[in-house]
Design a protein around this ligand. Structure first.
Ligand code: SF4
Length: 367
């Protein structure tokens, strides 16, 4: 039922120079004494995990991979090198303040051709208030340096719904981001997670009304400026979709290595431990879920509907021997009539409004 070949690899580097007030990712304050053994264990994990050396995408995220000191950063690049010779898209996540010229030159030398920068806000006061240690000027400088050194495929991340950020301020953020002419923009709505500073300080996430109105405003501005809204929270210039992330949304398999990383191989979705001590002892795996036929179908619906590719109805029949349109005709027709879903070229797609209520739509399609 599944393709055997795994073409994508995610690697997690959990270290950060400082911890942002909203952050719920698997992350730790950077200390060399942790980073050195971590890289050794990562090397071991990769060699036992990655069977296909002809990978198409690699994504190194975190944490902040660029928080490693130069010699350890080089060691990381060397550790990944055996898996990177055939990749078409090789992404590193970076924070503007740790992206030095030396690191950029190394990234270029080792074939990295896409950079994702955590910008989050373009207002320096807001950045300071959430414990981010860079300014908007640092972002501009980092982008110039990347371009001067031949890396021009750049994603910028923004957060929607930070405290005290009005829709007008967000509009200014978008205009500032546009002035940098990135190939890709991600904009995620703030979630307040337990045990974060935001949660302790009782910060409220944005209301549904604010998030809807802000996403609509962002979408209008970005589409007017030639960007394609290709996933709920992602826009890109034509042909600059994240190939790696499309793997997830197409429900295809991927390797995941490193602390807290997730992977999907054959019929197993797994998640690594988030406990550094356990990871360093070699006890990587924490959870495994066997994906049965029904689960696979649900993942296919839930993930495919996130993108402007939607569900390929013929492909769905080929995989599951089931015509989802016939089996859910009433539900789908109702959503089509209300303007939340549409069918184009035999693909079932969510409209912009549909993407804003995907949880509800997917639940109805699971029944
Ligand atoms: S830099 Fe990224 S991973 Fe690190 S604390 Fe901030 S948001 Fe979390």
């Amino acid at each position: 039922m599944k393709k055997n070949k795994v073409n994508s690899l995610y690697i997690h580097i959990p270290f950060c120079e400082s911890i942002c007030d909203y952050c719920d990712f698997t992350k730790l304050q950077y200390f060399r004494i942790f980073a050195e053994p971590y890289l050794n264990k990562l090397k071991e994990e990769l060699s036992s995990l990655v069977e296909n050396k002809e990978l198409e995408t690699i994504y190194v995220g975190g944490g902040t991979p660029t928080s490693l000191e130069d010699d350890l950063f080089l060691e990381l690049l060397e550790t990944i090198k055996p898996y990177s010779h055939s990749v078409k898209e090789y992404t590193f996540e970076c924070n503007p303040e740790s992206l030095s010229l030396k690191k950029i030159k190394l990234l270029k030398d080792y074939g990295i051709n896409r950079i994702s920068i955590g910008v989050e806000s373009t207002d320096d006061k807001v950045l300071k208030s959430i414990n981010r240690h860079h300014t908007f000027n640092d972002v501009k400088k980092a982008i110039n340096l990347l371009r001067e050194n031949g890396i021009s495929n750049i994603n910028l991340d923004l957060i929607l719904g930070l405290p005290n950020v009005t829709e007008n301020m967000l509009k200014k953020d978008i205009k500032n981001i546009l002035s940098l002419n990135p190939t890709h923009i991600s904009c995620y709505s703030l979630t307040v997670h337990e045990h974060t500073v935001f949660s302790i300080n009782e910060i409220c996430p944005p209301t549904e009304e604010f998030a809807y109105s802000a996403y609509k405003m962002i979408n209008e501005i970005l589409c007017k400026n030639g960007y394609v809204h290709y996933e709920v929270s992602n826009w890109c210039k034509p042909n600059y979709q994240s190939k790696h992330n499309l793997t997830y949304w197409r429900n295809e398999q991927y390797y995941g290595a490193g602390l807290g990383a997730s992977g999907y191989i054959e019929v197993i979705r797994y998640k690594n431990t988030t406990n550094l001590k356990e990871y360093l002892l070699g006890n990587n795996k924490k959870e495994e879920e066997i994906v049965g036929k029904k689960d696979l179908e649900e993942y296919q619906i839930m993930l495919n509907l996130r993108t402007n590719e939607g569900i390929d109805l013929d492909h769905f029949i080929n995989i599951f021997n089931k015509d989802i349109y016939s089996s859910h005709k009433k539900v789908i027709d109702d959503y089509i009539n209300q303007g939340y879903l549409k069918i184009e070229n035999n693909h079932l797609l969510a409209t912009f409004d549909g993407m804003m209520i995907l949880d509800k739509i997917t639940l109805d399609l699971f029944e």
